[in-house]
Design a protein around this ligand. Sequence first.
Ligand code: NAI
Ligand code: MG
Length: 491
Amino acid sequence: MNVRNLLQNLKIETRAYINGEFVESSSGAKIKKFSSIGGEPLPEITACNENDVNLAVTAAKNAFKDWAALTPLDRKNILLKLADLMEENRQELALLDTYETGRAYKNYFYDSIPKSIEAIRYFAESVDKYYDKAIPARGSEFGVIVRVPLGVVGAITPWNDPLVVSAWKFAPALLMGNTVVIKPAEQSSLSLLKVAALSKIAGIPAGVFNVVPGYGEIAGKALALHNDVRGIFFTGSSEIGKQIMIYAGQSNMKKVALECGGKGPYIVTKNCGDISESAKVLAENMFYNQGQICSAPSRVIVDESKLNEFVECLKIECEKFVPGDSFDDENNVGCVVSDEQFKKVQNYIEIAKNEGAEVYQAKTKKPHSEKARCIQPTIIINPALDSKVTTEEIFGPVVVILPVKSTAEALEVANNSKYGLAGAVFTDNIDEAYSVAKNLEVGLVHINSYGNDDNSAPFGGVKESGLGKDKSTYAFDEYSDLKTIWLHSRK
Ligand code: NAI
Ligand code: MG
């Protein structure tokens, strides 16, 4: 079934959510853009400016004391209610995200939206089981270390998984007692505005949760530079991640955490016994959402003795990820997010061809629309190690395959990257698996799998993939400060 017609029944909210109300920007400015599925204009969304961001931060600042005074149990119950409301509205959230980003509806409905709901539940269920610590007692001295909220927290999110990444940030932030202002990506704001409406029904008080859609260099910058914002939590490109650190330094030295993508090394050694499985897992984790995934295993480093078999298996797997109409609810893979991203990815494919690398693309299905911005799964075999296609994050359905002569060389190639988010090793040798896992410079390593981890696994990289962790109870540390209270007893 094609679910596009269900959009007609929706009343789509396009205004900012500030202090518990939906409002236009004081400037009247709008984000104007076109669908990557069919080329038609998309709903125009309020583009917040510095004044609007100031209003949201002031509202958040005023709401902080009362919100922070609630018990963790109170906040947990409110967030669980929000998760339930999101579940009731799952179809609408999936439709809105599909409409704006072109990712397949099927993928949002069955995977991404449920993941965002599960993330909220995970954090909510964890927060009231989280203990503070006491310093070992000695004589008349007694000390406790408690976590205190930061205050007003800012979050800046990307378009590739809008609600999952937002939930990873706003849920632990709110549960720790912070108030939040989120600037969603200009490509994907509608679903978060719907969540804002649901947050009011769930009982989140005015000012505690604010959404300021708008352009990064205007609304995002104003948020990151704001002197009343005590922490800024960002997912996006390394380039802007670095800029966020500068903004923090230029303003109030606010706490910063960054998740900035990667070029995931996926090592297949000569001891990998099931090459066809390793190719299948690669395709599943590389080609959904048109490869627009920060942790995508986009750099396969394969022992040369296994190269041909791996490539032949991967070519077969690619056929399962041929893009089509994003609103067709049978279809796994939709379009890339925008014309801009489409051109960027195509440019990388051209670079590989011009440099003489072997480029394979899955067979093309006739596009559902002349204006659809879809890219076939693409394999680049043996590009130069210093080629842009080998070193840069392409953020499309494009994987590079780098043959090596040994596992030691595989590790060297893998770590020769400015990125370090996630990686994998496929081998039947336990010593080799452990050694590679230990030595890979990434935040998360999978052995003989990829992407099977859940909310209990901390997520965040090293090097230019960022700093700090999303997911797991470690995320609570990001959204709080440690405070020591020391008591000297006079008795
Ligand atoms: P981006 O890093 O520019 O945007 C991410 C977020 O930052 C958006 O909300 C945007 O509005 C905001 N932003 C942009 N400029 C800002 C500024 N000066 N101050 C404050 N906030 C700002 O990413 P973009 O341009 O959407 O994509 C470019 C490339 O970045 C992609 O091709 C991909 O390689 C990478 N990327 C990585 C992501 C990841 O998951 N780590 C997510 C999105 C993009
Ligand atoms: Mg950008």
